[in-house]
Ligand binder design. Structure first.
Ligand code: DIR
Ligand code: MN
Ligand code: MN
Ligand code: MN
Length: 299
């Protein structure tokens, strides 16, 4: 693969500061070198420009216009990479960036007449609109915007929108949904695998179903991985830890199954918060998981 890495040092979408340092943490953990060692051509394009939080006034949803500008630049990047046949790899940064990364991949696919599948690995649904969100945090909103809901500055980034149809979207790892998100999942018939599904059926079966949903009728799959889908015992350095997540082995197996599928068009690895980490453990884990997602084999 031709892997094109970009960092998005953004923490405007979250309450807690620190995920803006995620891209540095993963670079220090050797992300480019690890992927090169697997035989990929890797180019690191540096970071998308993100305004520093202290240079802005307000909080929460008031950061949406600034986030939308970052997402617009990011969408242009991922679209151009996919047009050239490359694989965009986005290092976050808070998950509000997903409204841009995924929109760009969807735009490039739409130009070939293809729909985009989306696998969202997360403890959370990220399905709020600015109206439904209690926290106002934009990292809780990217999926709604990718479906074409919410604020047009984020929802309108994919051309033609929406970026993703509900039938091509699937969640894996959910364990913390707000009531409006639960209602939306039921009403819109969104396919969602919770931690209970993983407990009961095993990761292999859940991931096979997720891939089946995201590949049926699509030209490929974008994988948006919020590090908080993994259990905080393994991944303590995340913006919003929730107990009861995927184990280390489940997370690797999910990535290995994605690699075997050969369906992945691009990937986000987001919400790494070095301030809350033990040393750089969580970023190192993220880089290990990326190696699995990009085809690392033991034998
Ligand atoms: C919560 C938390 N649902 C919110 N969301 C998080 O603020 O909207 N998403 N942490 O990653
Ligand atoms: Mn999350
Ligand atoms: Mn379809
Ligand atoms: Mn998320």
């Amino acid at each position: 693969r031709d892997v094109h890495v970009v960092g998005v040092p953004m923490d405007l979408g979250a309450s807690r500061r620190g995920v803006d340092m995620g891209p540095s943490a993963m670079r220090l953990a050797g992300v480019a070198e690890r992927l090169r060692a697997l035989g990929h051509a890797v180019e690191d394009h540096g970071n998308v420009r993100v305004p520093d939080r202290t240079s802005l006034t307000g909080s929460g949803r008031e950061f949406l216009p600034a986030i939308a500008q970052v997402c617009e630049e990011l969408a242009a990047f991922t679209a151009s990479v996919v047009r050239r046949g490359g694989t965009p790899l986005i290092l976050g940064g808070d998950h509000s960036l997903g409204a841009g990364s995924v929109a760009g991949v969807a735009t490039a696919l739409a130009e070939r007449g293809e729909a985009l599948g989306l696998i969202w690995l997360d403890a959370h649904g990220d399905l709020h609109t600015p109206e439904s969100s209690a926290s106002g945090n934009v990292h809780g909103m990217p999926v709604a915007h990718l479906l074409g809901l919410g604020d047009p500055r984020l929802a309108g980034l994919a051309k033609p929108g929406p970026a993703v149809k509900a039938e091509h979207l699937v969640f894996v790892g959910l364990r913390d949904l707000d009531p409006p998100e639960q209602a939306f999942i039921r009403q819109a018939g969104i396919r969602a695998f919770t931690m209970r599904d993983i407990d009961e059926r095993g990761l292999r079966a859940v991931m096979s179903d997720a891939l089946e949903i995201a590949t049926r009728g699509t030209g490929g799959v974008h994988v948006s991985c919020d590090a908080d889908w993994i259990d905080p015992a393994e991944a303590p350095g995340v913006g919003t830890p929730v107990r009861g997540g995927a184990t280390l082995r489940e997370a690797h197996l999910a990535m290995e199954i994605l690699a075997d599928s050969d369906a992945m068009l691009g990937m986000d690895l987001v919400e790494i918060n070095p301030i809350l980490d033990r040393r750089n453990h969580t970023a190192e884990l993220a880089v290990d998981l990326l190696a699995s997602a990009f085809g690392r084999r033991i034998i």
